[in-house]
Design a protein around this ligand. Structure first.
Ligand SMILES: Cc1cc2nc3c(=O)[nH]c(=O)nc-3n(C[C@H](O)[C@H](O)[C@H](O)COP(=O)(O)OP(=O)(O)OC[C@H]3O[C@@H](n4cnc5c(N)ncnc54)[C@H](O)[C@@H]3O)c2cc1C
Length: 354
């Protein structure tokens, strides 16, 4: 009977990154994915690496800051191993805030854009509101998950795709593997990285819920039309190096519904044209919706569960792309019995009654 050291449930960016981190420490790893790896929230995301004091819950700040710092090396490594690009960009973000948030940005020491807006980002329509500049990066989550998947396979991580885990198996009240709809896999350690679906796997009903985000993707007439990520109270625009511009995103409580709504997509389109008039020449490429893994307190759930050998890394809500490198590191520490070097108490699964 084949066994692994660790089974990771879910092949999104969190499961893939953790599988790689565990493999690098010598563990044999099987990723069990319900569909195809990397096709859910991690496929739908914008990829802004937001590390801004006013938008991140205080308890999460140490992890977001650490993860943002880890990003260049994290991406470089999986790009080298996979031969694929994740399009990490560091041109930065222009924030045009609501008037009531201007003081918060000033208090958070955000800088005003360092030149008149018309020179700094010529594609933007003139705005008679202050604009701030943040040194945030962005990444293409689709490129990154594809690269992580290829790097994981290259490192000898095993995959089972197209068959959902129904339950974590127990032996003497400790984790001993997983049962899927078709078969069973054996390992003394199991990590639940099933995103918005994490709560559906017995025996622990983690309180994750889907938070829908709709997104529109335009093909810009020029690859260099827009350089910076633009964040406004209505929409954000994320340029990719190949000329795509993403426009997003909604934050909706709509259950497990991934349909897009034409009126919402048209609203995004109008908002994008109002911000960047040249986009009137852009082609509409695609729209989609994805399901962020939300939790009751908007913080991730990270750590060991009350079942020995069973761990969880989920609930990354709006920050799972940003938080992938640090989550992989601290969870690989926890699973291999090493002190993680960060206070994970705010994220403990024990904070929710089972
Ligand atoms: C529109 C949108 C925009 C976003 N923008 C950003 C952004 O700019 N920056 C940022 O940092 N984050 C962003 N996010 C959030 C980010 O996408 C998520 O936090 C992150 O992708 C979560 O990763 P995950 O691996 O936990 O979940 P997922 O990518 O959803 O992966 C979970 C995987 O588990 C699998 N699974 C589920 N149930 C089972 C089962 N029973 N058995 C086996 N497999 C199972 C699923 O099929 C899926 O592949 C955005 C999300 C959305 C939807």
């Amino acid at each position: 009977m084949k066994t692994w050291d660790v089974i990771v449930i879910g092949g999104g960016i969190i499961g893939l990154s953790l599988a790689i981190a565990l493999r690098k420490r010598g563990a044999t790893v099987l990723v069990v994915e319900r569909g195809e790896p990397g096709r859910e929230a991690s496929h739908a995301a914008g990829g802004m690496l937001v590390d801004c004091l006013i938008e991140t819950p205080a308890a999460l700040q140490p992890l977001t800051t650490a993860s943002a710092r880890m990003y260049p090396e994290f991406v470089h490594e999986i790009e080298i191993e996979s031969g694929l690009t994740a399009d990490l960009r560091d041109q930065g973000t222009i924030v045009i805030p609501r008037p009531e948030h201007i003081d918060d940005l000033v208090l958070a020491s955000a800088d005003l854009v360092p030149a008149p807006l018309a020179e700094f980002e010529p594609a933007l329509a003139p705005a008679n509101r202050p604009a701030f500049f943040l040194k945030e990066r962005s990444v293409d989550p689709r490129g990154m998950t594809a690269a992580a998947l290829k790097a994981a396979k290259h490192r000898g991580i095993d995959f089972s795709s197209g068959d959902p885990v129904a339950a974590v198996d127990l032996s003497d009240r400790c984790a001993s593997g997983v049962t899927t709809t078709k078969t069973a896999f054996h390992a003394p350690k199991v990590v639940n990285c099933a995103g918005a679906w994490s709560g559906q796997i017995a025996p622990h009903a983690f309180p994750t819920r889907p938070v829908k985000g709709q997104m529109l993707c335009l093909a810009s007439p020029s690859r260099t039309l827009l350089q910076h990520v633009i964040r406004t109270p209505d929409v954000y625009l994320i340029p990719r190096s190949d000329g795509r511009i993403l426009v997003g995103a909604t934050v909706e409580e709509a259950g497990f519904d991934k349909r897009t709504d034409p009126a919402t997509i048209q609203r995004f389109h109008r908002a994008a044209l109002a911000l960047v008039p040249e986009l009137r020449n852009a082609r509409i490429l695609e729209d989609w919706a994805g399901l962020r893994p939300g939790t009751p307190d908007a913080l991730p759930i990270l750590g060991a569960t009350s079942t020995p050998g069973y761990y969880v890394a989920t609930g990354h809500f709006r920050d799972g792309i940003l938080l992938a490198p640090i989550t992989a590191q601290v969870m690989a520490d926890v699973v291999s019995g090493t002190a993680p070097g960060y206070d994970l108490n705010p994220f403990s699964p024990a904070r929710f009654p089972s």
